[in-house]
Ligand binder design. Structure first.
Ligand SMILES: Nc1ncnc2c1ncn2[C@@H]1O[C@H](COP(=O)(O)OP(=O)(O)OP(=O)(O)O)[C@@H](O)[C@H]1O
Length: 247
């Protein structure tokens, strides 16, 4: 049986009387690309923040990389990478300086940082840009670099919160090639997205509606179950009854 690196059981987060995350349960396997979908306000970011060790649940249980979300937040943070749409690299530092900075934050030795950053810059084809300010790079390149930095310390799991917002489909496809390479190297990928073509690239997806998980399966299986041609239609069938407004 596949090793489970994230286990959630009835995980709940309440803000006052409001159930932002309402008893969600699921498991994610090592090396899997796990899509976490839902309309605006469904509760994705709230759930993801708990799994990243940034916030406590109200009730329920979860472990991430074997560590408990209540008691072992620091161990969770050391074993994951995180990239949010808002998380940005330092625009006023160069490409190389950003890589070195985050390598240091993640506790890598100077020697490791030097050899891995050379390797990374070559892989990304950024040799010409290595000493340019990140602020001068196009958005798609910033996202690729931010992803590379999020997995620079070779974490067990990487959490991506709408990582490809605002870029064209070709650039998004290139970004997904990087996700596949990371997953092939054994990194588990937990990703939220609004783009339904990206949902098709995941091994399995959950669809959250109003704080609850309404469906969880491989895209192919969901399409068959909902007699849909694509994930857009599956999503629409599940999310059309959502009470939380999309803004
Ligand atoms: N600190 C908070 N206090 C009160 N309500 C909150 C708090 N954080 C989030 N919420 C509410 O919880 C619900 C879920 O928010 P969350 O950000 O998790 O949704 P999401 O699925 O990530 O949506 P989006 O795609 O818009 O980021 C929203 O209705 C939001 O207003």
């Amino acid at each position: 049986m596949a090793e489970q690196v994230i286990i959630c059981k009835d995980l709940t987060k309440r803000f006052g009387d409001f159930m932002a995350v309402n008893k969600i349960s699921f498991e994610v396997n090592r090396g899997e690309i796990f899509g976490f979908l839902g309309a605006n306000g469904a509760g994705k970011t709230t759930a993801m923040r708990i799994l990243c060790g940034l916030s406590y649940p109200t009730s329920g249980a979860a472990t991430v990389a074997g560590f408990d979300v209540y008691k072992q937040q620091e161990s969770i943070k050391r074993n994951i990478g995180y990239m949010s749409q808002k998380f940005s690299l330092y625009e006023n530092l160069t490409v190389l300086e950003n890589i070195e900075f985050y390598g240091g934050v993640y506790g890598l030795s100077r020697k490791t940082i030097r050899s891995r950053s050379d390797e990374l810059i070559n892989q990304l084809g950024l040799q010409q840009e290595a000493r340019k300010l990140v602020g001068e790079l196009p958005l798609g390149w910033k996202q690729k670099l931010a992803f590379s930095v999020a997995i620079f310390h070779q974490p067990q799991i990487v959490f991506l919160d709408e990582p490809t917002g605002g870029v064209d489909p070709v650039t998004r496809r290139q970004f997904w090639d990087m996700i596949y390479a990371a997953a092939a190297s054994g990194i588990t990928v937990f990703v939220t997205t609004h783009y339904m073509d990206e949902a098709e690239y995941c091994n399995r997806v959950t669809i959250m509606v109003d704080g609850k998980i309404e469906a969880l399966d491989a895209p192919q299986a969901l399409k068959a179950r909902f007699q849909a041609n694509n994930m857009e239609e599956v999503f629409y069938q599940l999310a059309r009854g959502a009470k939380r407004s999309s803004d």
